[in-house]
Write a new protein. Structure first.
Length: 350
């Protein structure tokens, strides 16, 4: 009830303005316990994925806390992991506004933000915000990408620069090659391009490991839902072959199936939320049946309820991330999803 009132106020604002209002007030709202009026901290339901102990299965997807300013505040809402970013080597403003649109009847959001962020050096300074979260066992993911001005043929250089800088700060690193909002980025999922990129990233990690007494930071790659199924499996085979630790299924979609005719449906950008759920889950299932446990899957896309989160686990995911569902349904969705999956896992083990 309380979040419904808050949502009416927030949804009366421009979406990007509403986001800034939430971000500006989240720290004190969590610290003063105001968020306890709309949710509660779920009990731990630990799981080991990519060699890391996650306190629960539910994480915040990249895109919400782009600059790593509110990690512990989000942790205070019950997230077991928080993935910040996407961040790039140099600060960049992103695409022109307006660039964020709600499709309210469909429970969806279209964004064409374009990796707006303060740049890797400033984000690393911001990550003091993660100290309390990590101290109590929370997992910090850092999602990295390329600058818009970097030619696609030089993309590896940008990923290497970010990898080098965030290596000591991250519990895991996510590689974003699937956003539809940076020109030509999705080309990096092509056969030759992906092999070149991933080989370079893994080689860079080996160099960083050697310089840091063997410290291994897991790397996950985020894929688009719009690839043909055969191409998805080709990508995943390449990730396994090259030694990548996880795959995130999926990013936003450029498909508009199910939202045709709605206000803002024709806006360019990536569609997230309820309209993405079916395809995203299908990709999780496709990958899980193909890899048979060789690489863990982090599911992202269309989780609007606790039962949606369980659906992702049933399809083969090890972790589940929230984004648009969190916008529409508020912090209660975090506890609902953690607890629904915990009950499902207990049943599986009984």
């Amino acid at each position: 009830m309380l979040y419904n009132i808050a949502r009416r106020i927030l949804f009366s604002m421009n979406p990007e303005t509403a986001h800034h209002v939430i971000m500006a007030n989240l720290d004190w709202a969590v610290q003063l316990g105001l968020t306890n009026l709309v949710t509660h901290m779920p009990d731990d339901d630990p799981i080991e994925v990519m060699g890391l102990r996650f306190p629960n299965t539910i994480g915040l997807a990249a895109g919400m806390d782009k600059d790593g300013e509110r990690v512990s505040a989000f942790g205070g809402l019950g997230f077991g992991h928080v993935e910040i970013g996407t961040i790039t080597p140099l600060a960049q403003p992103g695409n022109p506004k307006p660039r964020l649109f709600r499709l309210i009847p469909a429970g969806g959001v279209i964004n064409r933000m374009g990796f707006n962020n303060e740049g890797v050096d400033k984000v690393l300074q911001n990550l003091r915000s993660a100290d309390a979260f990590r101290l109590r066992g929370g997992i910090l993911g850092i999602n990295i990408g390329k600058n818009a001005v970097t030619p696609i043929e030089n993309a590896l250089s940008d990923y290497e620069k970010c990898l080098d800088k965030v290596y000591d700060a991250a519990d895991y690193i996510a590689i974003n090659i699937s956003s539809p909002n940076t020109k030509n980025l999705r080309q990096l999922q092509g056969a030759g391009e992906l092999e070149h990129l991933v080989s370079g990233i893994v080689a860079k990690r080996e160099e960083l490991k050697a310089a840091r007494n063997g410290k291994h930071v897991p790397i996950a790659v985020k894929l688009a839902p719009d690839l043909e199924n055969d191409d998805i499996l080709r990508c995943v085979d390449t990730l396994i072959e090259k030694g990548i630790d996880g795959v995130i299924c999926t990013n936003t979609t450029i498909n508009r199936k199910g939202v045709e005719g709605l206000l803002h449906a024709e806006e360019t950008g990536g569609l997230s939320g309820a309209p993405l759920r079916e395809r995203s889950t299908a990709v999780v299932r496709l990958v899980a049946e193909h890899v048979k446990g060789e690489i863990p899957i982090i599911a992202s896309g269309g989780v609007m309820t606790g039962s949606d989160a369980v659906e992702k686990m049933e399809a083969g995911a090890k972790l589940v991330q929230l984004f648009t569902g969190f916008i529409y349904n508020g912090p209660k969705l975090v506890a609902d999803s953690v607890e629904a999956i915990a009950a499902w896992r207990r049943k599986q083990n009984s």
